[in-house]
Write a protein that binds this ligand. Structure first.
Ligand SMILES: NC(=O)c1ccc[n+]([C@@H]2O[C@H](COP(=O)([O-])OP(=O)(O)OC[C@H]3O[C@@H](n4cnc5c(N)ncnc54)[C@H](OP(=O)(O)O)[C@@H]3O)[C@@H](O)[C@H]2O)c1
Length: 223
């Protein structure tokens, strides 16, 4: 996808992978909208922050209504908002489980349903789901996080089949540990970390592949 003049939405744009990716997409000439609860600071004139809690459907819909009033359609959606929740099964709080699934999985559904019809009309579009290695294999004390990310990968795989004939690419990126705020919030210590900018660049590379190439599942981890 050539990003010049395209419209992009990135969820989870206030820090980490999403924030870096927003800068890169804007520098490539896209009009970029970042959805997050905290202010997203991306120093570029074609970036707009939309204060949005992706666990709330009405906030997602309001943000997309604004984007779609200004642009014909969304050409690129990156479902990136997410957080980690780790602990033994007896200690996992059901409310935290629900918040995790709402953020890491349901939000991707709620955002995707708002962009697909415009992409179908255009006969092209790209949706990137930021899953995780924890969406490919199970980790001790990771039952909640793994369930959310395995779910996101299932969502992606099914959508690939549903949308590929419409010219819409659905891609899943599955990073290992990356040096963002993620681990501060998750309360666990990674052994090795990839650089945030390197993971964001990989996502940019996937997006910029020719429209007839589909990087449907990419896994990347620290060496
Ligand atoms: N870091 C890693 O090792 C790693 C590895 C594999 C996959 N991932 C995935 O990569 C994605 C990005 O994470 P990151 O590593 O860049 O961590 P991060 O720096 O903590 O960023 C997470 C982003 O998600 C947003 N977010 C969380 N809950 C939200 C909500 N309810 N509504 C709107 N936005 C929300 C946060 O914004 P606000 O708090 O401002 O709302 C923030 O911008 C996540 O899906 C994560 O699961 C990370």
């Amino acid at each position: 996808m050539d990003l010049k003049g395209r419209t992009a939405v990135v969820t989870g744009s206030s820090s980490g992978i999403g924030q870096e990716l927003c800068t890169m997409l804007a520098q490539k000439g896209a009009a970029v909208y970042g959805f997050s609860r905290r202010r997203s600071v991306v120093e570029h004139p074609s970036f707009t922050w939309m204060q949005t809690d992706v666990t709330k459907q009405e906030e997602i819909d309001r943000a997309f209504d604004t984007v779609l009033r200004a642009h014909q359609r969304v050409d690129l959606l990156v479902n990136n908002a997410g957080f980690g929740l780790f602990g033994s099964i007896e200690t996992l709080d059901p409310e935290a489980w629900n918040r995790l699934i709402a953020t890491n999985l349901t939000a991707a559904f709620l955002c995707t349903r708002r962009v697909v019809s415009g992409m179908k009309e255009a006969g092209r579009g790209t949706i990137v789901n930021v899953a995780s290695i924890a969406g490919k294999r199970g980790f001790r004390n990771g039952s909640a996080y793994c369930a959310s990310k395995f779910g996101l990968n299932g969502f992606s795989e099914a959508l690939v089949e549903e949308l590929r004939e419409e010219g819409i690419r659905v891609c899943s990126i599955n990073p290992g540990s990356t040096g963002t705020e993620f681990f501060e919030h998750a309360g666990i210590e990674p052994k090795k970390l990839m650089k945030t900018g390197d993971v964001a660049s990989l996502i940019l590379t996937m997006i910029e592949l020719p429209d007839d190439m589909l990087p449907d599942q990419v896994v990347v981890r620290p060496l």
